[in-house]
Design a protein around this ligand. Structure first.
Ligand code: LLP
Length: 434
């Protein structure tokens, strides 16, 4: 979490060569700040750890979808994992080769399938027999062959938060292996499908390094069967889910993790694809926020900040832990603060919901109104899951690279929020118009 990209230089939090305090002063808060170097390094770690099998590393756009981020990852050689037409369009917008796009999701619409086929993506990760039929129908209509991978549900416990667990039998994701066997027959019958791959994605923020290996091992016999049946399999896509460190110590060691998986991947004889999101983006970004009020109430001290659950919803919906520390502090971020220098706070947003809480009972250096706090590990599923709830315009996003920085997304305005709404209707319909 703290490294060459985000670190304290004396009492100042720095993102690469720039003081976080200066960025907040210039662009206002709440503000997402991304380190280009951190994104590049995290991407490379995955590409390098699996280099023995020359992986197709498809960055999971959903985790942090800013165009500038996608562009810099493309420069590193990334392919992309998309889950909607919007994400496919983002990838195309930054000039990604459509043949590097995979498309996942349990409910792809006909319009999304049509669009993905039109632009010529590498393959769909297919999650049901109905989806096979839908893709075949649209591909036949267009006179093209659709590349597909079967997303298998290996019934493996990823040992992560239940809201982000996808590999167990009872989850809505993937096809169980028995059904997958039956669907091979269906794939032969259906027209315009090319079974290119097998896909797995068992969950997110997985910190035990043998979960993926177990999942792959479970599907190897199926892969052998499919190959023996002469399907043109090329890829094993092992999905994403690689856990990072939010507290300082719990992240995966990617080298050990790869070492567990590689023998199984090699046994399949297939090319490896993967879909990391959080591992690349999570510790590449922070959220800066300013303390509006210091409010002692009951037995507590509340720090009420200008970011809220609409900016970063992870603590509210997953009880997620994010390290919080003042942007300017005489104490190192891992310091035990003795006596009056510290205080136990609940750090909360201004939204009228009792889950609008970033941290409960956290001992922090004593903090005054007007001071800045940094919420760490906010690069993944931060801005990407933000909303305008309470009519709060979304935060700006800034990228820092060395001693340069730029706005990657402007702060939203109130005008942006009301665009598309009408006080007087353009046209009024009645039942007779239907
Ligand atoms: N591939 C598929 C098919 C996925 O569904 C996901 C994430 C990924 C790859 C990337 O997973 P990652 O490497 O980022 O773990 N909003 C939650 C996480 C939801 C993950 C959804 N799927 C959070 O904030 O923890």
């Amino acid at each position: 979490m703290f490294n060459e990209f985000f670190r304290y230089d004396g009492d100042q939090l720095m993102c690469e060569g720039i003081a976080a305090d200066e960025l907040a002063g210039k662009f206002g808060t709440p503000l997402y700040v991304y380190s280009a170097g951190a994104f590049r390094k995290q991407y490379r770690e995955i590409a390098d750890s699996f280099s023995a099998v020359k992986p197709l590393v498809c960055y999971s756009i959903k985790s942090c979808s800013n165009l500038s981020i996608l562009k810099l990852l493309k420069e590193e050689g990334a392919a992309f994992d998309c889950v909607s037409k919007g994400e496919v369009m983002r990838a195309l917008k930054i000039g990604a080769d459509p043949k590097t796009l995979v498309f996942a999701g349990v409910g792809k619409t006909e319009d999304e399938i049509e669009h993905a086929l039109r632009v010529g993506i590498l393959m769909f990760n297919v999650e049901s027999e109905s989806e096979l039929t839908a893709i075949s129908r649209v591909a036949a209509r267009r006179g093209v062959e659709a590349g597909i991978a079967l997303r298998l549900n290996p019934d493996v416990d990823p040992k992560t938060h239940k809201h982000i667990s996808t590999g167990k039998r009872e989850s809505k994701f993937g096809i169980d292996i028995e059904r997958a066997k039956a669907s091979l027959k269906r794939i032969r019958e259906l027209k315009n499908l090319r079974l290119k791959g097998v896909h797995l994605h068992i969950g997110s923020q997985i910190t035990e390094n043998d979960r993926h290996a177990e999942a792959i091992a479970k599907v190897v016999p199926f892969i052998k069967e499919v190959k023996a049946a002469d399907f043109p399999l090329e890829y094993i896509n092992v999905g994403g889910g690689y856990g990072i460190s939010y507290r300082g110590s719990e992240g995966l060691n990617i080298t050990d993790f790869a070492a567990k998986m590689l023998p199984h991947i090699k046994e399949t004889g297939l090319k490896m694809a993967c879909e990391p999101g959080r591992y690349v983006s999570g510790n590449g970004g922070i959220l800066l926020t300013r303390v509006i009020f210091d409010k002692p109430s009951g037995d507590k001290n509340f720090l009420i900040v200008d970011a809220a659950m609409n900016d970063l919803i992870r603590p509210a919906i997953y009880d997620a832990y994010h390290k919080i520390w003042p942007v300017q502090s005489e104490f190192a971020p891992d310091a035990e603060i003795a006596g009056d220098a510290g205080r136990v706070y609940d750090v909360v947003g201004p939204v009228c919901e009792s889950t609008d809480v970033f941290a409960k009972a956290r001992r922090l250096p004593a903090t005054n109104e007007g001071e800045l706090l940094a919420i760490f590990s906010a690069g993944a599923y931060g801005m990407a899951m933000s909303s305008t709830y309470n009519q709060r315009p979304r935060a700006a996003e800034v990228i820092v690279q060395g001693d340069k920085f730029w706005v990657a997304r402007e702060r939203e305005s109130i005008e942006d929020l009301i665009r598309g709404e009408r006080l007087t209707p353009r046209e009024v319909f009645s039942a007779a118009d239907l």
